[in-house]
Design a protein around this ligand. Structure first.
Ligand code: ADE
Ligand code: ZN
Length: 344
């Protein structure tokens, strides 16, 4: 790649530079974009009882010690989502922020089981999501598709039944994913659900190696057919696995501010991002649950650039990786990569 002028032009601030990079967001839970203000407003509108009664009280619950302590708040918070309009409002708020961050493509996780168990069916949330995604495309040009995640704290049978129930509603869904509590929940239980989803034409991704061991990454690749690994930071504990990820160009959707908030690492300075880059892995930077973890994708990129004093060329490489690792058609990837190269 030829070096562009802004790659070295220090008169462009770091946040402006980050924003100027066309990028894809590949690890984003739409339920994790529920800002406290919207949460409280929807609770009032839908008459939902919450453990918190004000925006400040909601915010004060955001003090996590691990993934499970976060998931408890995350599942409680999403109980305010009831109607197609609620889901559309949530999605529109995220996509507006993504556009402001220079995101041109978003592959967006959602947790259908967590909505169905509260009595909201596929037609309800899918109608809201699709309307918002179509609007954002029309108004801003951003393209987005959904990743249907199955919850790993539930059974393999429940996951398979969820995929079967989703079949008539897959318009706008590009992939199956696996999320929720990782420890003690290895990927192998979900082989049937992933096999069925792949039969239905979906691509496959899976959370692995966030809190769980490297063997869960290997399991996600071998047993589930995962094409990207969400998080994956613990791969560094297994040199053979690192060699495999490098050789097969398996993308990792890394979420630095999430890893700090959930204490996967003590501080951002302890994050393994520099080692992942030094190992020549296909690293992308993402926000995971930005409302809960203190930053959207641009904030994550700025934070790692400042903490590790990254060259602007590295930021360009991270943006290029995100486009390459997306599930866009090759010709569309080429257009975004050319735009990335041609920045003023
Ligand atoms: N669901 C929402 N955020 C998650 C995360 N970081 N890990 C696993 N499941 C999640
Ligand atoms: Zn996640």
């Amino acid at each position: 790649m030829t070096e562009s002028r802004t790659a070295t032009d220090e008169s462009v601030t770091l946040p402006e530079f980050v924003r100027s990079l066309p990028k894809a967001e590949l690890h984003l839970h739409v339920e994790g974009t529920l800002e406290p203000e919207l949460l409280v407003r929807l609770a009032e509108r839908n008459d939902v009882d919450l453990p918190w009664s004000s925006v400040d009280e909601v915010r004060s619950a955001y003090d996590f010690v691990d993934l499970q302590s976060f998931l408890d708040v995350y599942y409680a918070g999403m109980a305010v989502l009831r109607t197609p309009d609620d889901y559309a409002e949530l999605m529109t708020a995220y996509l507006d922020r993504a556009v402001a961050d220079g995101v041109v493509r978003a592959e967006i996780f959602f947790d259908p089981q967590a909505h169905v168990e509260r009595g909201v069916g596929f037609p309800g949330f899918m109608e809201g999501f699709r309307a918002a995604m179509a609007d954002a495309r029309r108004v801003h040009g951003i393209t987005s598709e959904l990743v249907l995640c199955v919850l790993r704290h539930l059974s393999g049978e429940d996951a398979l039944a969820t995929v079967e129930a989703a079949e008539p509603h897959l318009d706008g869904v590009v992939a199956i994913g696996l999320d929720s509590a990782e420890v003690d929940n290895p990927p192998e239980r979900f082989v049937d659900a992933f096999a069925r989803a792949r039969e239905l034409g979906l691509r496959a991704v899976a959370h692995a190696g966030e809190e769980g061991p490297p063997s869960f990454i290997t399991g996600a690749l071998d047993e589930l057919g995962a094409e990207r690994i969400d998080h994956g930071v613990r791969c560094l504990e297994d040199t053979d696995l690192v060699a495999r990820l490098r050789r097969d160009r398996v993308p990792l959707t890394v979420c630095p501010l999430s890893n700090v908030a959930l204490r996967v690492v003590d501080t951002l300075a302890d994050h393994p991002l520099p080692r992942l880059l030094a190992e020549d892995l296909v690293v992308t930077i993402n926000s995971d649950d930005p409302s809960y973890f203190g930053g959207y994708v641009g904030d994550n990129l700025v934070a790692v650039a400042e903490t590790f004093d990254l060259d602007r060329d590295v930021l360009v490489e991270l943006a290029a990786n995100s486009i390459t690792a997306s599930f866009l058609e090759d010709d569309v990837k080429q257009i975004h990569l050319a735009d990335l190269d041609a920045r003023p």
